[in-house]
Design a protein around this ligand. Structure first.
Ligand code: GDP
Ligand code: MG
Length: 440
């Protein structure tokens, strides 16, 4: 996998005193291959590694910094920079009687309707706006009904015209409805097609010309990988989008599409979708996506979410431990328990370094963490704090005690070790960096 591969390639550099043309070339060959595996477009990956090479060679290596660590930092920072550096907000200006308009564009199944609901919820609950959802996917009656159900779920009004066939007329009527009812934002959900076609493009262009949106957002399914580039380019050429929303970044999707899209159309990625639920939504953070592409797991998001929903002290303690590389099995367990309390375990699991992978092969539909909890539960307090002392005979005892088997115990410990190693790499960037990421 990407993670191991990068680690291996960076290892080549470790212990070497300075960055030279030769060891950079070796490393970057692996980095490029890793990026391709993460669905990054070929040309983008090539340009990227060329830039990194220039930067790395131009650097004066301080004796205190290991070349490997420096390379990780250069790669990470360059990835983040390529994706826009920092989060980009929407520009939604409204005055009484003149609602702001968001136009949702994208292929069929990309997640436009779902994301419309998520945006409405976010605008209502976080920004205290009064959004109106507009059902302009007149192509399929079921699509209008889907939006109506979502609107009900997030308690936001929804404008629908039963039996309507002209989306332009519905969009205009919705804006008028908003004007009369005190809604300050209209989110227009539109129809998509399986692939880009002329009819779709003409239709959405007509809607855009009629309503003059403040934000035209292209919704892209992150799982389509390389194809994301063509989609983004075509829509941007025809529609002049203001930003991109990447959906389905839950699960194993590496997020390479984010890098390619940004590089090809030079429009910011503004939000991400991380699940089917209305709460599975986030502002796009380039730094975190860089971590994700590098395979570090989204530590910062997790810490932040833990902070929001749980004990702030606990989150700080965890952050500090991660920074000091003192992360142990107690923390691992406490993270699992926090995630379980948060609800949609599947969406969140992928964000915990290591855990997502650890549960992948375990088939326990109701409680994917059951065996992991049992294994950690069978460790002594000393073992939990000092995972390094868990030798073969201890592993056998733990397997027996937890009602699992030795392979499962081995797998968990291996996964835990990898997690710690990755954390060490993150902290290798220095505490300032981590703090900046946590505060971003
Ligand atoms: P549209 O055709 O562009 O309007 O797409 P929909 O909003 O109807 O979404 C298509 C399918 O993808 C639905 O089953 C959604 O529940 C699902 N979906 C949307 N966003 C996400 C996401 O972020 N993660 C996951 N796992 N599924 C999503
Ligand atoms: Mg739809």
């Amino acid at each position: 996998n990407l993670n191991e591969r990068l680690e291996r390639s960076f290892k080549i550099l470790k212990g070497e005193g300075k960055i030279t043309e030769i060891n950079v070339a070796e490393t970057l060959k692996d980095v490029r291959r890793a990026l391709l595996d993460a669905d990054v477009n070929y040309k983008v990956a090539k340009t990227f590694t060329d830039t990194v090479k220039q930067k790395a060679l131009g650097m004066n290596v301080l004796t205190a910094i290991k070349p490997g660590e420096l390379m990780v930092k250069v790669v990470h920072d360059e990835l983040a920079a390529l994706m826009g550096g920092k989060a980009t907000e929407m520009k939604l200006e409204s005055t009484p009687g003149h609602p702001a308009v968001i136009l949702m564009a994208g292929l069929n199944g990309a997640g436009k309707t779902t994301m419309s609901g998520k945006l409405a919820l976010m605008l209502k609950s976080k920004q205290h706006r009064k959004p109106l959802l507009a059902a302009c996917d007149t192509f399929r009656p079921a699509a209008m009904e889907q939006l109506r159900v979502l609107a009900e779920q997030v308690a936001v009004p929804c404008y629908i015209e039963e039996g309507a066939t002209n989306p332009v007329a519905v969009a205009k009527a919705a804006i008028n409805h908003a004007r009369l009812n005190g809604n300050d934002i209209v989110i227009i959900d539109t129809a998509g097609r399986q692939s880009i076609d002329e009819e779709l493009m003409v239709q959405i262009r007509d809607i855009k010309d009629a309503v003059n949106p403040d934000e035209t957002l292209l919704v892209i399914d992150a799982m389509i990988g390389q194809e994301a580039v063509t989609t983004a380019k075509t829509f941007n050429d025809r529609l002049e989008i203001d930003g991109v929303i990447l959906t389905k970044l839950d699960g194993d999707t590496r997020g390479g599409a984010a890098l390619s899209v940004r590089a090809v159309v030079d429009k910011p990625i503004k939000f991400i979708g991380t699940g089917e639920k209305m709460e599975a939504f986030d502002v796009f953070h380039p730094e975190r996506m860089a971590d994700r592409i590098l395979g570090m797991g989204d530590v910062v998001s997790l810490v932040e979410r833990a902070q929001q929903q749980f004990d702030e002290e606990e989150a700080k303690r965890l952050e500090k431990k991660i920074r000091k590389n003192k992360f142990d099995f107690n923390d691992f367990l406490s993270q699992i328990q926090q995630v379980k309390k948060m609800g949609n375990v599947k969406d969140l699991a992928a964000m915990i370094p290591g855990v997502g992978k650890a549960i992948k092969d375990v088939e326990i539909p109701d409680d994917p963490f059951k065996n992991i909890e049992a294994i950690i539960g069978s460790m002594t307090p000393k073992e939990r704090e000092n995972p390094d002392i868990i030798n073969q005979s201890r592993r056998q005892r733990i397997a027996k005690g937890s009602g699992t088997d030795i392979q499962e115990v081995n797998r968990l410990i291996k996964q835990f070790d990898q997690t710690r190693k990755m954390m060490k790499m993150v902290t290798g960037m220095g505490p300032g960096k981590m703090m900046a990421m946590a505060n971003a």
